[in-house]
Design a protein around this ligand. Structure first.
Ligand code: GRG
Length: 298
């Protein structure tokens, strides 16, 4: 493990404690149904690497902001991520029994509860953003707009639709990247941008640099995910059982070969790190996060 990867692991751990406390507090707030609240808590607080919220806090630091101001936006990102996983695991989607090493929400509870929990997590994300402390209305609206675009049909949900439509079809590299840019990249890009938006004075140059970083990192995340699937690490933690259709999905190693995928990953990491050239030491957590994403083992 490099020093920078160790720094990322420490940084994520520090973020996790603050994020999980805030997520717990948000979900505890008045809920009409105890079972629904329990399904939401199960889906959000039962593990997960917290990559997206940590990226949001790290981006806030890079633009000179107090990470505390990015805490609520970071939670909104994790809530959207958790909702996407709950819905992705449903029988109508990937039909997975295990997630993060334990039964998926629809197995632990039931399908209707899982659908409702996903719906409620999504709306909670936007409700949190609308009341995020320490930000102007203009900043809150910019964040809500960004997160809605990144998670809706122009982003993550759109990517999921492309994914479902492409089962059994041989995608080329461009098509594969388009799918991943929407499905997983858009939320990673939004994570960094929401962090950048915590600074009212963020410059265009900084935002473009961070967008380039996040774009390369979002793709790198997916290449590493595909490589981990091949190495079998994800099977060990029971992340996926999945339907035959899910297993037949196109991947980077299938298109580029194992070595080709590893080279592609190295190129994307280099692009991400190069994009941060306009920043100094304040972007060190972002640099570390990039190293972590491409070397993580689950
Ligand atoms: C169903 C609305 C809807 C969207 C689904 C993002 C997505 C779209 C589905 C996730 C399916 C999946 C397993 C994609 C592969 C990449 C990915 C997002 C992995 C999970 O993210 P991690 O590794 O998860 O950050 P943890 O558990 O650490 O939070």
């Amino acid at each position: 493990m490099t020093d920078r990867t160790a720094l990322a692991i420490d940084y994520i751990e520090q973020c996790r404690q603050r994020i999980d406390a805030e997520l717990d507090r948000s979900i505890r707030q008045d809920s009409a149904s105890e079972r629904l609240q329990e399904t939401m808590r199960y889906s959000v607080l039962g593990g997960g690497k917290r990559i997206r919220p940590a990226l949001c806090l790290a981006a806030a630091r890079a633009v000179g902001c107090d990470e505390e101001v990015a805490l609520v936006p970071a939670c909104a990102l994790e809530l959207i991520h958790a909702y996407s996983l709950v819905h992705d695991d449903l029988p109508a989607m990937d039909d997975d029994d295990l997630r993060r090493g334990r039964p998926t929400a629809h197995i632990a509870f039931d399908e209707a509860s899982a659908i409702l929990a996903g719906d409620a997590l999504q709306t909670l994300a936007f409700s949190l953003l609308a009341g995020a402390p320490g930000l102007s209305d203009t900043q809150r609206i910019a964040m809500i707009t960004k997160l809605a675009q990144a998670s809706g049909h122009a982003g993550m949900v759109g990517g999921q639709a492309i994914d479902l439509e492409s089962v059994g079809i041989k995608l080329n590299l461009d098509q594969l990247e388009t799918m991943h840019r929407h499905k997983t990249g858009a939320l990673i890009e939004a994570s960094v941008d929401l962090g950048a938006l915590t600074s009212a004075g963020v410059s265009q140059e900084q935002r473009v640099a961070l967008a380039n970083y996040a774009r390369a990192l979002g793709l790198a995340f997916q290449v590493q995910d595909d490589l981990l699937d091949i190495e079998g690490d994800t099977a060990i933690i029971g992340k996926r059982q999945g339907s035959d259709a899910a297993k037949a999905k196109p991947t980077y190693p299938a298109l580029l070969g194992l070595e080709g995928a590893r080279e592609h990953l190295a190129t994307l990491l280099e692009q991400a790190q190069r994009a941060l050239g306009v920043f100094g030491a304040e972007a060190e957590p972002l640099r570390a996060m990039a190293d972590y994403v491409v070397t993580r083992n689950h």
